[in-house]
Design a binder for this molecule. Structure first.
Ligand code: 13P
Ligand code: SF4
Length: 305
């Protein structure tokens, strides 16, 4: 195995010197998760970052996550180590497309998943995460809502409310392509395991799951469960955190294909360059930021069940 100790030392020293904080999403490669000051889901990371006194945020994740940090921490410099790290689902909806979609349903509240660009959030009334989508839609008290960009998260919400949900036809290719056949095979291989699935999976897959949770929700569930084996139906990067936190339990990837290549673009060398250059910077223009922030702020007002 490669010895990264010098690189790690250099990153830590430079981060300290520059009063920087390193954030890593739960899908990042193990060495990036291990060096991060904070790991978690995209929104939780940004909110935690806004509460620190760091001047510089190195966001190891994909572009919309760095934008989310820029939305909630406008006074901090936000750097994404790999500029090209994007999210296929977020790219499936532009602000222009959302404006046209809204025109088809005048007056309906727009609930937008955090996996979206800042410009799309700015066109939305309220944001949601995979952890609180059902509560957010219920909280609107509207008989009908628009949900973007994930059709699978929208279908999950539909199953849990009696509201009418008009969904944009976006999806995460990694979660959406997971087939029922593959899930059943994993269940046969590990008959005693709990099946945990992310709501970005299709409705057919979610019907097989014992628990449906966001990445942070799966970590909470595994930590407090007295069960010992778990099949994990989400991006495989989460297995590192699950295994690290629960050394006595066993976690199985539902399929080796659950890899988001954009999430794997960031390594230690990229983090070091980002710290040295303080680039590439992600900065949401102020006019967009203010409108996007309102949608995020409204979500934060929604009480958790
Ligand atoms: P979480 O918000 O559950 O971490 O999910 C983010 C994501 O990109 C899922 O594909
Ligand atoms: Fe986007 Fe899917 Fe990758 Fe998550 S796993 S960042 S939704 S492409």
């Amino acid at each position: 195995m490669k010895d990264n100790s010098k690189l790690i030392e250099e990153i830590k020293a430079l981060a300290k010197e520059k009063n920087a904080i390193i954030l890593a999403h739960n899908y990042q490669v193990p060495e990036v998760q291990d060096i991060a000051d904070l790991t978690g889901d995209s929104l939780a990371l940004s909110i935690q970052a806004s509460r620190t006194d760091a001047d510089l945020i190195i966001f190891c994740g994909v572009h919309f996550m760095a934008e989310a940090a820029s939305i909630v921490c406008p006074e901090k410099k936000v750097v994404i180590p790999v500029k090209e790290a994007g999210c296929a689902m977020a790219d499936m909806l532009t602000a222009e497309q959302l404006k046209e979609f809204k025109a088809r349903y005048p007056g309906l509240p727009v609930v937008t998943y955090v996996n979206s660009s800042a410009a799309v959030k700015a066109e939305s009334d309220i944001c949601c995460t995979s952890a609180n989508a059902v509560q957010v839609v219920k909280w609107t008290r509207a008989r009908e809502v628009i949900m973007t960009p994930d059709r699978n998260l929208a279908a999950w919400v539909r199953r849990h409310t009696d509201q009418v949900v008009h969904a944009w036809n976006g999806y995460c290719p990694i979660h959406d392509e997971l087939a029922v056949k593959e899930v059943k095979l994993a269940m046969e291989e590990h008959p005693g395991a709990v099946l945990m699935a992310h709501p970005e999976c299709t409705e057919e897959v979610l019907k097989l799951a014992d628990v449906v949770r966001s990445t942070s929700g799966m970590l909470d569930y595994a930590r407090s469960s007295d069960r010992e084996e778990f099949i994990v139906a989400t991006e495989n990067g989460l297995l590192h955190a699950l295994q690290k936190e629960n050394p006595g339990k066993r976690f199985y990837a539902v399929s080796p294909k659950m890899i988001c290549t954009d999430m794997k673009k960031t390594g230690l060398e990229e983090i070091l360059s980002a710290l040295k250059d303080e680039a590439p910077v992600v900065k949401v223009p102020e006019e967009t930021r203010i409108r996007a922030y309102k949608a995020v702020e409204r979500m934060l007002e929604v009480p958790r069940d």
